[in-house]
Ligand binder design. Sequence first.
Ligand code: GLU
Length: 506
Amino acid sequence: MTSSVAARLRVAPSPTGDPHVGTAYMSLFNKAYAQATGGAFVLRIEDTDRARYVAASEQQIFDTLRWLGLPWDEGPDVGGPYAPYRQSERLDTYRPFVEQLLADGHAYHCWCSTERLAQLRAEQQASKVSVTGYDRLCFGKTREQREALPGFSPTPVVRMLIPDDAPLQFTDVIRGQVSAPRPDDQVIFKADGFPTYHLAVVVDDHLMGITHVVRGEEWISSTPKHILLYQFLGLTPPAFAHMPLLRNTDKSKISKRKNPAARLMWFREQGYLPEALRNFLQLLAYPPVGESEVATFDEFVSSFDWAKVNTVGPIFDLKKLDWLNGEYIRAMNPDELADRIVEHLRFTGEWAQPEPAEVELLRRATPLIQERLGLLSEALGKLVFLFTADADLVIADDARAQLGEDASTVLEGAIDVLEATEPFDTAGIEAGLRAALIDALGLKPRFAFGPVRVAITGARVSPPLFESIELLGRESSVARLRALLASLDQPEGFEPPGGLDGLDQR
Ligand code: GLU
């Protein structure tokens, strides 16, 4: 199905709240095909539903899609030959189309009040009639004729007139022949002067030269309305492709109400890498590009084919994403990883304005945690001992509890070693500590290094010890060993004088 004609595709989110992960999924596939054919990927903001409009949402859409590495060729913020790309700025564009539909008898004014429509719906539900939807009370009536009847509202809407023989089947690029239910006489222009989605999407896709409308499966039932509008207006419809809905592991539809991962921003907040998320989305309802599931966007594009899309709703399995994230983290250059960690900490506000020395220390420490890091957000927790003042270091209860009888002797020996090690580097520190604690004292490594680790990091588990000591530096390392030693020497209930807060919190 890959064509050599430059295709124009768009993603058309409505700014109604935090962007949904489905917007990223659609963007990915739309952009892939645009790129595969040397065409264009357009971002259009569909903000005609003023009741659901959320002002901050548009910027969040821009930010998250850019963060994901899915920029657009044309859009509200970058412009383009078919600007404006925000529907609320195109209201004058839609009017002539509505006029034409009215003049040609494909649409009619409807003055029914909201109350009347609600009542009609309630009656239809109660009587369980098979034909539901608008009863065409206003069809064929003048304003005066209609005004004489109950349930009149002075500002009319415009409805499209669905003919009896409306085509209910269409050919979908992914699904082949698709049938959809018979539509209602859909409102296409509202009393507030805004078009509805159905009219605006058709007019804009046409005017913007969109060749392929790729969107979620939930829009299949709208497609016959759109195809009819194209017919009414004498326009050629684009190709339609409906991607499967993303599902939770229990097969339910991913919704922002139930699943935090439905919010695109959630992934950034959690500390996922955008390339891992992009790769993850690439594997939803789509086979791996090659042997490995890890693939770049360009690799995905190079063999892109709609025929490979599986229409069964793909399971949104975060375990897979976690795995991919780890793969990307481990493959990354450590300096780049450090930059990403800092960027993440800036984003979350944990490090709004880090000192250059802190950034440098993080850069030097990143290789120590790279292998075991799952999310960017875990980095600071693993390295917190490096960014804590000696006096503020808290010894975790479980770490203190595992200190054996030898702890004092070990700490004293370690202090002597660290005071004398020259140069103060990983190799020298390791050699010195091994000689003093293992060779001379005859301890097993766990008993030799355990207390040192607890003193230096406050924890039982930490990044590699000798490297950590080097990074912390001689002065701090010795001070921490002394502090733990002093706390061990004190009788039960002793409160150390100020400056050693937190050393004994039991
Ligand atoms: N504005 C619609 C949405 O929010 C776009 C649907 C379409 O792509 O046609 O999903």
